[in-house]
Design a binder for this molecule. Structure first.
Ligand code: SF4
Length: 690
């Protein structure tokens, strides 16, 4: 709406996956205020980033002209020159080396429509399945665990459903800092006595301090205590037999798979007392007994997924919920918490190497047929390269070109030194972003993208909730929305997409994506939203699995998962365990929040948290500079002594001002055995006092 020159525009937060929505008041390009809600996820709540974190849009660092590398230096170029060069080089490399010599990475900060076009470009224009998004770095293992057991990769219900639980368990999730408004809902339900709260983590963060029970297992051992819980519940006859008989397959095989996980073994492996595990089992069973009320919700994040066994542990969480009947009613279910505002959407839209939009396999005959009709090409049936494999393939000389949209991989991918070798080995690299990022230093062409306030589109939050954002201001002069950039290059390469508005892209998405069949801009007016799957008549599904699980017979599948112990246990040379994660004031690597003066002033750079015990042992004082060294690299950071970490645990936030100090100089190449998600949390380091 407009009043004089003041404009009020509905938008959706560009930071975390909670999906808070706001009205943003602007006058020309000045952001006057951000008024929360009434958003379906947040009501009138917001966190500090959503309320005060928008200055990045008007940062003087914004790119406003394409850049082309020439003789080792960047020069300014017109849009036509840059787009012509991209089309020519992509075509040339495809001609010389075949379509699989090219790869594409979509942005989890860009819209659904834009993620859809990235994978369409890869598959239709180039003919490769080499396409991925940043869920590879975080939540792919959770999706895998849920696909195996219940059939959809998303959260079971909404944030409101979590509030209805009688017991909330968080595992490996610093919820209060990473998903602040969602955490506020949990804290409120807890404070009102409606829900009990159990936090399982290796770090004593804010939610851990508020919990009724805080359990601190050894790093990388969540699979063990979860499997011990399942074994104990089954053997004591505490499982939900009626639920198992009518709604679940695979009990016998699953019981056999947890046989080794006795309480004694779990105690020895995890460091938790057998009595603590047994008490938790009793608490879970008690909370789920009254089927007319909520039961148990389990929330998890990257403490679980960024491990060699991330997929297996996510599967173990879902197995535990199944045997206790905690699916299909409000206040129950599995909630992997999505990090980026649109990481759920980037995956939903098919920016993945083996699936097109709506998690349809590229080899599925019906999917092939639909896409032949819509795109005029036959999908290739084989899986493409994921993000981590792209870098390996570049180093091996098999991948020649990479187009990266809106991701600061130099700071966020594991093993930054390895990553940069991959960039250097490429023949051609395109980066499009708001700023000249650390990653852009390696590009051949850098394109200035429009921000979320400068375009229309939709985001999908952790609740599977699709919401519209409206243009609050025109794109900064010289920048373009990602969807226009991809459309322009596709047209230069012979595909006439002809989109004039993102609504047309969404209409196409609905035609080829059964779970989005009823999504349209008309049904997403203002604060209206839809949780997928959405039927053609517009009926959406805030709560999954009420009547059936997403398998042909409607029954869930207990999946016998395998324990994958960590690879890098501290030893004499690298004697400390390194943990990493997000913090409240900064989002992800910090490219946006370091450009917001208030947030940058409150936390100006990265640091390392060390325990009081370690500080005493090494005679380290608060603020002292130290060097952390792993087999993969070294960083110099200031020490912050805190009781949040204990013993020989150290913690470094993932945001960094300088690429040379990023925690991912230290992390390595070991990966989740199923999804290739880097095992960031499986890293050992040593510390030198400077
Ligand atoms: Fe909401 Fe997350 Fe944005 Fe904070 S960062 S306002 S919790 S969406």
């Amino acid at each position: 709406t407009r009043s004089a020159s003041i404009q009020k525009t509905k938008t959706v937060c560009t930071y975390c996956g909670v999906g808070c929505s706001f009205e943003i008041w602007t006058k020309d390009r000045h952001i006057l205020k951000v008024e929360p809600g009434p958003g379906p996820a947040n009501g009138i709540s917001t966190c500090v980033k959503g309320k005060f974190g928008w200055e990045y849009v008007n940062s003087g660092d914004r790119l406003t002209t394409p850049l082309i590398r020439e003789n080792g230096r960047f020069r300014e170029a017109s849009w036509d020159e840059a787009l012509d060069l991209i089309a020519w080089r992509l075509g040339e490399i495809k001609g010389q080396h075949g379509p699989d010599a090219l790869a594409f990475i979509a942005s989890s900060k860009a819209t659904n429509e834009e993620a859809y076009l990235v994978q369409k470009f890869a598959r239709q224009v180039i003919g490769t399945n080499n396409v991925d998004n940043c869920s590879r770095y975080c939540q792919s293992p959770a999706t895998q665990g849920l696909m195996r057991t219940v059939g959809y990769g998303g959260d079971s219900g909404t944030i409101h459903d979590i509030e209805n639980a009688r017991l909330v368990i968080t595992v490996g999730s610093n919820t209060a800092e990473s998903h602040p408004v969602l955490a506020t809902r949990v804290k409120r339900a807890h404070k009102l006595g409606r829900t009990q709260l159990v936090v399982v983590d290796i770090r004593e963060h804010e939610l851990a301090r508020r919990a009724d029970t805080f359990l601190r297992p050894r790093p990388g051992t969540d699979f063990v205590w979860l499997s011990a819980l399942s074994r104990l519940i089954l053997d004591n006859g505490w499982a939900d037999d009626a639920f198992l008989q009518t709604r679940v397959n695979g009990l016998e095989e699953f019981r056999a798979s947890v046989d080794a996980f006795t309480l004694a073994y779990a105690e020895a492996e995890t460091g938790l007392a057998a009595a603590e595990i047994e008490a938790l089992a009793r608490q879970i069973v008690a909370a789920g007994q009254d089927k007319t009320k909520g039961g148990v919700c389990i929330l998890w994040a990257m403490g679980v997924t960024q491990q060699c066994g991330g997929s297996e542990t996510s599967t173990a969480i879902s197995n535990l919920l199944l045997i206790t009947g905690n699916y299909g009613r409000t206040g129950t279910g599995a909630y992997p918490l999505r990090g980026h505002n649109n990481v759920q959407g980037a995956s939903d839209m098919g920016a993945m190497p083996d699936q097109v939009s709506g998690y349809q396999k590229v080899a599925d005959p019906l999917t092939v047929q639909t896409h032949e009709r819509e795109w005029g090409v036959t999908l290739r049936p084989e899986r493409g390269l994921d993000n981590t494999q792209m870098i390996d393939a570049a180093i091996a000389g098999n991948l020649k070109a990479l187009w990266l949209t809106g991701e600061e991989m130099s700071l966020t991918d594991a093993n930054a030194n390895h990553l940069e070798k991959g960039y250097e080995a490429l023949e051609f690299m395109v980066v499009q972003d708001l700023y000249f990022t650390h990653t852009a230093r390696y590009a051949d062409v850098v394109l200035p993208a429009a921000s979320a306030l400068e375009k229309e589109g939709t985001f999908t939050s952790t609740e599977r909730r699709v919401q519209r954002l409206y243009e609050a201001m025109p794109p900064l002069k010289g920048t373009r929305p990602d969807w226009q950039i991809y459309t322009a290059v596709a047209e230069r390469m012979g595909q006439s997409w002809g989109y004039t508005h993102p609504a047309e892209i969404m209409a196409e998405i609905a035609r080829v994506t059964p779970i989005m069949a009823g999504v349209s801009y008309d049904r997403l007016q203002g604060f209206d939203s839809l949780c997928w799957p959405v039927a053609e008549d517009g009926t959406d599904t805030p709560l999954l699995y009420v009547d059936r699980f997403n398998f042909p017979d409607g029954k869930a599948r207990l999946y016998p998962a395998q324990y994958q112990p960590r690879q890098h246990t501290p030893d004499a040379e690298f004697d400390l365990h390194l943990n990493s994660g997000r913090m409240l004031e900064h989002f992800h690597e910090g490219n946006m929040t370091f450009r917001v003066a208030g947030l940058a002033a409150s936390v100006p750079d990265t640091f390392v948290e060390i325990s009081p015990e370690l500080a005493a042992e090494r005679q380290i004082t608060n603020g002292q500079w130290v060097r952390l060294i792993s087999p993969n690299g070294a960083v110099k950071v200031q020490a912050h002594i805190t009781g949040r970490v204990s013993g020989h645990e150290v913690y470094v936030p993932m945001n960094a001002r300088h690429a040379e100090d990023a925690v991912n100089r230290l992390t390595g190449n070991n990966r989740d055995t199923v999804t290739n998600t880097p095992a960031y949390k499986d890293t050992a380091v040593r510390l030198e006092v400077l």
